[in-house]
Design a protein around this ligand. Structure first.
Ligand code: LHQ
Length: 259
């Protein structure tokens, strides 16, 4: 349900249930978790690229096995979040390596919000982001109620979630919800090139940078300045800082080891 491939320091995780627009069943939750845990544990992974097969990126939770007419058990959605979505969201956010998301088609419900949890999001121009929850009586989950107001402000966050109106990729980029909308045919080349160049970067420094930017959402300026002091202290002792400075002075490209 999730294809996993490591090349050039990039662990590519591809959601792979295309006939269901890569909606999540339990297997796919578990497979994504295994991939994200590998990204944490394997020093050979220096960036992650998340994408989907087929015409969709991810349509959120698979609603097929939740049909009350098919004798589905009583809804216990809090447990589904606690067991599956929330650990994966935390694994993406706490990974001190860049996570690029290539949104190859529609991203709906939790599928949209998993994309938005990634560090740099590229989307095909034909892709749409849909906060679909209101259409089925649910609330925005997978971190969306936290990330949306931070990314686009309360007014747009409320309108997107209360109306479930699809947001086309180019508008999502204009609004700052994502980094870039690119031609469909160019998406994977651009996303792969970006992930590779990040994987060849100073991983320790990039990881600390991610930690700092995320912490700014809740820190005061004083707390953030203290954190910058501590992170810069650590970055300054990395082999990649020594290499970066040497390469600059010798007027040659740096070769970073990621530590
Ligand atoms: C699907 C799905 C899908 C199953 C398309 N499930 N089959 C958390 C906690 C626990 C439980 C509940 O949820 C959550 C979080 C959530 O994510 S809630 C939100 C769940 N997602 C949605 O409400 C989106 C449902 N899907 C749609 O609205 C449409 O499929 C979109 C707008 C994504 C795409 O529309 P189209 O391009 O017109 O494609 P389609 O609707 O024809 O879908 C293609 C196939 O994929 C189709 O199957 P079929 O056998 O008829 O070809 C759909 O049934 C299937 N599919 N989403 N979530």
């Amino acid at each position: 349900t999730v294809l996993s491939a490591l090349a050039d320091g990039v662990l590519t995780l591809t959601l792979n249930r295309p006939d269901k627009l890569n909606s999540f069943n339990d297997d796919m939750h578990r497979a994504l978790r295994a991939g994200l845990e590998r990204a944490h544990d394997d020093a050979g992974v220096r960036a992650v690229l998340l994408t989907g097969t087929g015409r969709g990126f991810c349509a959120g939770q698979d609603l097929g096995d939740r049909d009350p007419a098919k004798g589905a058990p009583p809804p216990d959605l809090g447990r589904t979040l606690e067991t599956f979505y929330n650990p994966n969201l935390r694994l993406i956010r706490s990974l001190e390596k860049p996570v690029v998301c290539a949104v190859n088609g529609v991203a709906a419900g939790a599928g949209a919000n998993i994309a938005l949890a990634c560090d740099i999001v590229l989307a095909a121009k034909s892709a749409k982001f849909i906060q679909a929850f209101a259409k089925i009586g649910l609330i925005p989950d997978a971190g969306g109620s936290w990330s949306l107001p931070r990314l686009v402000g309360e007014a747009r966050a409320k309108a997107l979630t209360l109306t479930a109106e699809p947001l086309p990729a180019e508008k999502a980029a204009d609004w700052g919800l994502i980094w870039k909308a690119v031609e469909d045919a160019d998406l994977m080349d651009q996303a792969t090139a970006l992930a590779r160049s990040l994987a060849a970067g100073p991983t320790l420094g990039l990881g600390l940078t991610k930690r700092l930017i995320q912490a700014a959402a809740t820190n005061s300026l004083d707390e953030q300045l203290d954190m910058e002091r501590d992170c810069q202290q650590a970055a300054g002792r990395s082999a990649d800082y020594a290499e970066g400075v040497a390469a600059f002075l010798e007027k040659r490209p740096a070769t970073f080891q990621g530590k």
